[in-house]
Design a protein around this ligand. Structure first.
Ligand SMILES: Cc1cc2nc3c(=O)[nH]c(=O)nc-3n(C[C@H](O)[C@H](O)[C@H](O)COP(=O)(O)OP(=O)(O)OC[C@H]3O[C@@H](n4cnc5c(N)ncnc54)[C@H](O)[C@@H]3O)c2cc1C
Length: 459
């Protein structure tokens, strides 16, 4: 199978690259999309149909197109949804918006549009030569294209526990991946649950459980016991952050921002003002400082930066207040089988002893895997063959500033790009729509250029 350009994956990053390719490629060019994911463009984030699963970015910043900020808002208005720019729309609606936008672009290109969805997993990169990469698919076919974008997202994180500390007899009571549908049907209304991880995924799962009629006690265990803050009910405009002059270190950066907030600036406005500059600041920080940030500041960064919609926060806070949800700060040390469930052992933060927590179920909500390539057999295999390499912090793929994938010798692989959170080592702030859409457009433009050159040579 051959295509001018190809995309591997079918989440937001893939659809964003696809729509920008449809806009930039000549009509006769062919695009192949490889994925065994059923809902193209929805990925884990936007396939939910549960209304309280809201976007955590205001609707006015969720357009697919960086240069058309009202595109999503206009779509919502056409659907009769009363959503304003500062509101947090339903994630399911966002999935429908992505699907509709792609469909209308395809209609606009008419019969000549060639976007082929290939239902398969990419299992191997056979070559990455000057003519572009060739991938082997699990259907036995091969796909060759002059340029390919890897839009693989991140896998679900493993349990925060070495395998020998988690008894196999306890495994049936552990939901390792809450994004796999169907697990909720196993939970009885009165079951006691422990959720591992206290971030956005945890909040999502708590609200889903309650909506499905769960009435039992929910424990939340994470190393610091920090839960995400709410967005402001009445949004404040972003503030220009006060950045230190001269060389940049993590402590100089943090103390400048803290001083600004102590001086009266609203912290959310400072965080929002920082956002457009985060990628550049990350690249200015020396490698050792980036590592310090990941070790010491990440948990605080996450709760301030990845905030939740006010109605979602209100619902969650009420469950904490009435004692339905209890958050524990501690370090998980073992999960053992118990009479009709499991017992968790953990060391409380700042304490020495071991606490025991007997529950019916454990749900792993420690989020997306931000530690390397092991979640993807395709990437692990490519790394073993030196075709790709880990970024120095081990967050994902090493890429250059055009998002072109680097091999083990640091050389750009011809025609091979990566989009989304896999590129966090270089860009850091690259997990959400406002950042991915900009990267997707730049990658689509580069891919179109490569495809045009290849077509010119072939004539
Ligand atoms: C629950 C949740 C809520 C979120 N809410 C928001 C929000 O409100 N606003 C926001 O801006 N961001 C949000 N995000 C961030 C979100 O990660 C991004 O917006 C975006 O959805 C990431 O898409 P992706 O395509 O990079 O990854 P994914 O959606 O994970 O897609 C990866 C795709 O790659 C495919 N794949 C993997 N390996 C292979 C292979 N070998 N061959 C073929 N296909 C493969 C998978 O099947 C999947 O289709 C949320 C994330 C989550 C998890």
């Amino acid at each position: 199978m051959e295509a001018d350009v190809a995309i591997v994956g079918a989440g937001f990053s893939a659809i964003a690259v696809a729509v920008h390719l449809l806009r930039s490629l000549p009509p006769e060019a062919s695009i192949a999309v490889i994925s065994d994911d059923p809902g193209f463009g929805r990925g884990t984030a936007y396939r939910t149909e549960f209304h309280l699963h809201r976007l955590n970015v205001p609707a006015g910043r969720m357009s697919l197109f960086p240069d058309e900020p009202n595109h999503f808002l206009d779509w919502l208005a056409r659907q009769g949804r009363a959503v304003k720019a500062g509101d947090f729309a339903a994630r399911g609606d966002y999935g429908l918006y992505l699907r509709d936008t792609l469909a209308s672009l395809l209609r606009a290109r008419g019969q000549r549009a060639r976007l082929d969805f290939v239902k398969a997993k990419a299992v191997d990169c056979v070559t990455c030569a000057s003519g572009g990469p060739t991938f082997a698919l699990d259907t036995g076919e091969r796909l060759q294209a002059s340029a390919v974008a890897l839009c693989l997202g991140l896998g679900n994180a493993d349990l925060p526990l070495p395998p020998e500390r988690c008894s196999t007899a306890a495994m049936p009571r552990i939901i390792a991946n809450p994004w796999r549908l169907g697990w909720l049907s196993q939970i009885e209304p009165e079951d006691e649950i422990c959720i591992l991880g206290s971030g956005l995924t945890m909040v999502d799962q708590v609200l889903t459980l309650r909506a499905k009629g769960h009435r039992g006690q929910i424990h939340v265990l994470s190393r610091r016991g920090l839960v995400p803050h709410s967005h402001a009910a009445d949004p404040v405009p972003p503030l220009q952050p006060a950045l230190p002059e001269g060389s940049l270190t993590l402590s100089r950066l943090l103390s400048a921002l803290r001083a600004q907030v102590r001086g009266g600036a609203e912290w959310r406005a400072v965080m929002d003002g920082l956002r457009p500059q985060t990628q550049a600041l990350w690249q200015r920080l020396p490698q050792a400082e980036r590592a310090r940030f990941l070790r010491h500041a990440l948990a605080w960064w996450n709760i301030h930066r990845h905030r939740i919609a006010p109605p979602v926060h209100r619902r969650f806070a009420a469950l904490m207040e009435d004692g339905t949800v209890t958050v524990h700060a501690g370090f998980l040390s073992a999960i053992e089988p118990a009479h009709e469930g499991v017992t968790l052992r953990y060391r409380p933060r700042g304490g020495r002893g071991q606490m025991r927590l007997p529950v019916d179920w454990v749900i792993n909500c420690t989020g997306m895997e931000r530690a390397g390539l092991g979640h993807s057999p395709l990437l692990s295999d490519m790394a073993a063959r030196a075709m790709i390499s880990l970024d120095p912090l081990g967050l994902g793929l090493a890429v250059d500033d055009r998002s072109q994938v680097l091999d083990a010798a640091g050389q750009p692989q011809p025609g091979l790009f990566a989009v989304g959170a896999l590129t966090a080592g270089r860009f850091w702030e690259i997990t959400a729509v406002p950042d991915i859409r900009v990267q997707a457009k730049a990658v689509a433009d580069a891919m179109s250029g490569i495809a045009a050159l290849a077509r010119g040579k072939a004539k």
